[in-house]
Design a binder for this molecule. Structure first.
Ligand code: NDP
Length: 452
C-alpha cells in the first residue's frame, strides 16, 4: 500500500469516527472494507475523485420511529424502530429486519453497509438495507409479538414496497413475525405484493427460503474445502447459534457426511460428542421454533450431550470446520487461537461479522480457509431475490429449481472471491475478494448514475 493510500485510510477513518460517534460496529465494518479495497482506489483514482467511498458510508436514508404497543397485562411499552436504506445503486433496497434488545443505529448501519456488498455478490439486482427494533421477543406471547409487529409495520409500510425496499427476516424475525408484518402491510396498503420475503409457502414464499442461508453456508464451505482437496465427509463441525441459520447449516453439514457436535444460544452451548442426527435436529427445530425454549434443554433430552452455561462459546471444542451462525463479534482472538490450536482447517461464517478483527488476523495469519459472512451467508438474501422473481412472474419454482439456483449463486460468489482475493502465495483472502468484488460492482453502478 502506498503512503498516499495509507494516509487516505487514516484520514477517512478519523472523519468517519467524528461524524458517527460511538457507532463501533459500523466503524468496524467500514474499516474492514476500506482496507480491502484500498488497492482499487490506487488503481482507479477516479473513484477517489468521485468520492465513491465517502458516498457509500453515508446512508441514502435513515428512518427512525416510535413503536408503541400494549402487553397482555395492559401495560404500554415504547420501542424504537429503524430502517437504514444504505445504497440503491444496483436495485431496490433489500435486507432483513432484526428484533433484539441490542439493536441500535450502529448495528443497523453496519448490517446495511455489509448487505450492500453481499447483495452485489449474489449477481441479483438488489440494493442494501437493514431494519429492526430493540424489541426483545424472548418470553413474549404470540399476541404480544403480533401487536408489536402490527405497530412496527404501521409506520414502516410508508417507506417500503416491491420496487422500493423489500425487507426479510433476521435475528428474532422468522416465519411468525414475517406473517404478522405481511398481514398488516397488506391490510394498510390493500395490495398483495412481494414486498416482504421469507413469506409462508402458501402465500407467496419460496421453497427452500428457510433453509437457504444455512445450506448456502455449507455449499460455500464445500467450495472452499475443495480448493484443498477436502470435503465435509467425516469431518467434525462446530456450529454456534441454534436459530434459523445454525439449524440448516447443521442439517446440510450432516447430510454432507459431517458430524455436528455443538449448538449454542446467548446463555451457553451444548457439546454432543456423538453428533447430531436427523431426530435430534428435529427436536432442536421444535424446541427453538415452536416451543421457543433454550438450547440447554437439549442436554436434558440427550444425556450424551453436556451443557456449558454462563454465555460460554463452543470454540474450544476440537473440530475440523467451524460455522459461526449466531451474531456479530461472537468469535474473538481467544476463540480463534483455540480453533487454530486444535487443528481447525476451515471457518465459514453464517452470521454477519461474527469474527472480531483480531480473530480474523489470527485465522488468516495461520492460513486457514476463512470466509466472511457477506460471501458465505449470501444464500439467504439470494433466495429472497428468487422469491421476489417468483412473486413478480406469479409462479412457484420447485425445491430442486431453487436449490439449483442457490448452488450456482454460491459457486459464482466463490469464483468472484478467488478472482479478487488470491494472493501471490496462492492463499485465497476471501475477505479481500468479497469486499473488492462487491465494491467494484456497486462503485461502477454509482459512477454510471452520476452524482446522486
Ligand atoms: P435467529 O434469531 O433465528 O437465531 C439467532 C441465534 O443466535 C439464536 O440461537 C440466538 O440465541 C443467538 N444469538 C443472538 N444474539 C446472540 C448473542 N448476543 N450472543 C450469543 N448468541 C446470540 O437468527 P438467524 O439464525 O436468522 O441469524 C443468525 C445470524 O445470521 C445473524 O448474524 C444474522 O444477521 C445472520 N444472517 C441471517 C440470515 C437469515 O436468512 N436469517 C441471512 C444472512 C445472515 P438467543 O436465543 O439466546 O438470542
Amino acid at each position: 500500500m502506498s503512503a498516499f493510500t495509507d494516509r487516505y485510510i487514516k484520514n477517512f477513518m478519523a472523519e468517519l469516527l467524528a461524524r458517527n460517534p460511538g457507532e463501533t460496529e459500523f466503524h468496524q465494518a467500514v474499516s474492514e472494507v476500506l482496507n480491502s479495497v484500498a488497492p482499487c482506489l490506487e488503481e482507479y483514482p477516479f473513484l477517489l475523485e468521485n468520492k465513491i467511498m465517502e458516498r457509500m458510508v453515508e446512508p441514502e436514508r435513515v428512518i427512525m420511529f416510535r413503536v408503541p404497543w400494549m402487553d397482555d397485562a395492559g401495560e404500554i411499552h415504547i420501542n424504537r424502530g429503524f430502517r437504514v436504506q444504505m445504497n440503491s445503486a444496483i436495485g431496490p433496497y433489500k435486507g432483513g429486519i432484526r428484533f433484539h434488545a441490542s439493536v441500535n443505529l450502529s448495528i443497523m448501519k453496519f448490517l446495511a453497509f455489509e448487505q450492500t456488498f453481499k447483495n452485489a455478490l449474489t449477481t441479483l439486482p438488489m440494493g442494501g438495507a437493514k431494519g429492526g427494533s430493540d424489541f426483545n421477543p424472548r418470553g413474549k406471547s404470540d399476541a404480544e409479538v403480533m401487536r408489536f409487529c402490527q405497530s412496527f409495520m404501521t409506520e414502516l409500510q410508508r417507506h417500503i414496497g416491491q420496487d422500493t425496499d423489500v425487507p426479510a427476516g433476521d435475528i428474532g424475525v422468522g416465519g411468525r413475525e414475517i406473517g404478522y408484518l405481511f398481514g398488516q402491510y397488506k391490510r394498510l396498503r390493500d395490495e398483495f405484493t412481494g414486498t416482504l420475503t421469507g413469506k409462508g409457502f402458501a402465500w407467496g414464499g419460496s421453497s427452500l427460503r428457510p433453509e437457504a442461508t444455512g445450506y448456502g453456508v455449507c455449499y460455500f464451505a464445500q467450495q472452499m474445502l475443495a480448493t484443498r482437496g477436502e470435503s465435509f465427509e467425516g469431518k467434525t463441525v462446530v456450529v454456534s447459534g441454534a436459530g434459523n441459520v445454525a439449524q440448516y447449516a447443521a442439517q446440510k453439514a450432516m447430510r454432507l457426511g459431517a458430524k455436528v457436535v455443538t449448538l449454542s444460544d446467548s446463555d451457553g452451548y451444548i457439546y454432543d460428542p456423538d453428533g447430531l442426527d436427523e431426530e435430534k435436529l428435529n427436536y432442536v427445530l421444535q424446541l427453538k421454533n415452536v416451543i421457543r425454549g433454550r438450547i440447554k434443554e437439549y442436554a436434558k433430552k440427550y444425556p450424551s450431550a453436556t451443557y456449558y452455561g454462563d454465555g460460554a462459546k463452543p470454540w474450544g471444542v476440537k473440530c475440523d470446520i467451524a460455522l459461526p451462525c449466531a451474531t456479530q463479534n461472537e468469535l474473538d482472538a481467544e476463540g480463534a487461537r483455540k480453533l487454530v490450536g486444535n487443528g481447525c482447517i476451515c471457518i465459514t461464517e453464517g452470521a454477519n461479522m461474527p469474527s472480531t478483527p483480531e480473530a480474523i488476523e489470527i485465522i488468516q495469519g495461520a492460513k486457514l480457509l476463512y470466509s466472511p459472512g457477506k460471501a458465505s451467508n449470501a444464500g439467504g438474501v439470494a433466495t429472497s431475490g428468487l422469491e421476489m422473481t417468483q412473486n413478480s412472474i406469479r409462479q412457484k419454482w420447485t425445491p430442486e429449481e431453487v436449490d439449483g439456483h442457490l448452488r450456482r449463486i454460491m459457486s459464482d460468489i466463490h469464483e468472484a472471491c478467488t478472482k479478487y482475493g488470491t494472493e501471490a502465495d496462492g492463499y485465497v483472502n476471501y475477505v479481500k475478494g468479497a469486499n473488492t468484488a462487491g465494491f467494484l460492482k456497486v462503485a461502477g453502478a454509482m459512477m454510471d448514475q452520476g452524482l446522486v
